[in-house]
Design a protein around this ligand. Structure first.
Ligand code: MTE
Length: 415
């Protein structure tokens, strides 16, 4: 069995102390699994200030400044630098959204507990890491995108104030996830026919803001979605899940807002009654003039977007042909087309798509452009999906800046 690195982190002890004890095996074979507990890449170490490396409190992996922008406890991937990545985002380039900090957990000590009145036996059911690995596995590509991705554009592009992390466009990534169907685990745990809601909860520290302790990150997930396509992932792009992305096991909830994909999963309440948490009442709902008083229903599906892989304010030479590249994605249906405008929206033409559009993935696109005159130019791109959704000119404002879907006005200068 491999020895995991010794993490010099206070949170490890705290988290391990809080891990539930093993008990009933909930219909699983009781033979001890022979899996070695996997170890993700070792936590970054070395001098605190390494040139070119950013530091974000609580994030374990290295954050080179050419690939990330740090925003509080989070690291945004630089979308303009995605040009050298493929259809899958490498783990070391994937954005990190942490409410608190990454707990460095040991798969060998980890347990998942299911409990609540929505289980036949009522008593808690535990699964070890090895028991999960012994269940049939599934592999699928899915994007994880923060509900607030693009949030800063409400202010910069629409002049509308919003609260929350000021993401530009890099709070999104695509990966190939391998794990176990949540449906299989729920059946083995003895889910009752009348169970309606789950409440998956992470093992990271409780989230405290403005002096209020909101408890551990948790958000209700309807049983219907859980049985549809949710997986308990233990691999990302063929490697053990990295610490920052939920090691040893996280939920992957395809096409839903990123908060649904709970990392460092510790337990799941299974309930015959609808459940709630601050992540479904105070946040991740739409508030504001365009929405019902008291807010919308909790948001679930992501929206659609497209973006250029080019820094805002990039300088391009006139008279030369430039290959402009970008990505387009929709959580609502496969992408049908991407149109671009290189004159602020007066004329549009179709971009060339380099991937077969699928649900839950993104499509890389490109278009040649030879600017003829110098000066400032606004580049635009617009995704339309096969369900007929098109990026609008303006996103509908909500006070917390979720689900930005408008055509992005991308400024460049031709010299
Ligand atoms: N799960 C836990 N336990 N703690 C968190 O802070 N953040 C959520 C979700 N799962 C979070 C979590 C949010 S808001 C997002 S967008 C995704 O994780 C981000 O996943 P990533 O950090 O792997 O990119």
């Amino acid at each position: 069995m491999q020895n995991p690195p010794v993490p010099a982190r206070r949170s490890l002890l705290k988290v391990l102390a809080a891990a539930p004890a093993v008990s009933a095996l909930g219909g699983l074979a009781t033979a001890a699994p022979a899996h070695a507990a996997p170890t993700p890449a070792a936590p970054a170490s070395g001098p605190l200030a390494t040139p070119g490396l950013l530091s974000a409190p609580g994030i374990v992996k290295a954050l080179p400044s050419e690939h990330f922008t740090v925003r509080g406890t989070n690291a945004e991937a630089r979308f303009d630098a995605f040009g050298d990545t493929g259809a899958l985002t490498p783990a070391d380039r994937f954005f990190v959204r942490n409410h608190t900090s990454t707990p460095v957990l040991d798969a060998a000590d980890w347990r998942l507990t299911l409990w609540g009145d929505g289980l036949h036996g009522r008593g808690p059911v535990h699964f070890t890491y090895g028991q999960l690995r012994d269940l049939p596995s599934v592999t699928r590509t899915a994007l994880i995108e923060c509900a607030g991705n693009g949030r800063s554009l409400y202010a910069s592009q629409q002049g509308e104030p919003v609260t929350g992390t000021a993401w530009t466009l890099g709070a999104v990534g695509a990966a190939r996830w391998r794990g176990v169907r949540l449906a299989d685990v729920l059946r083995r745990a003895g889910i009752a026919r009348d169970a309606v809601d789950l409440l998956p909860r992470g093992l990271d520290d409780p989230y405290v803001s403005g002096g209020i302790d909101y408890g551990r990150v948790r958000r209700p997930l309807p049983v219907a979605k859980a049985f549809d396509d949710v997986i308990l992932a233990y691999e990302m792009n063929g490697e053990p899940l990295p610490y920052d992305h939920g090691h040893p096991v996280r939920l992957v909830v395809p096409s839903w807002v990123g908060i649904a994909s709970i990392k460092w999963l510790g337990d799941i309440e299974v309930s015959t009654r609808p459940l709630s948490s601050p992540w479904s009442t105070d946040w991740y709902r739409l508030f504001g003039a365009a929405h019902p008083a008291g807010g919308s229903a909790p948001i679930s599906r992501q929206t659609l977007k497209s973006a250029y892989q080019l820094p805002f304010g990039a300088t391009l030479e006139s008279g030369r042909v430039h290959r402009l590249t970008g990505r387009a994605w929709s959580a609502l249906a496969p992408v049908r087309s991407v149109e671009v405008s290189t004159d602020g929206g007066a004329h549009w033409r179709r971009a060339h798509l380099h991937d077969t559009p699928r649900r839950d993935g993104w499509v890389r696109w490109s278009v040649p452009w030879r600017p003829r005159s110098t000066g400032p130019v606004t580049l635009l791109s617009r995704t339309t999906d096969t369900a007929g959704n098109t990026q609008p000119e303006r996103a509908v404002h909500n006070t917390q800046g979720y689900l930005f879907n408008a055509v992005v006005r991308h400024p460049v200068t031709v010299v």
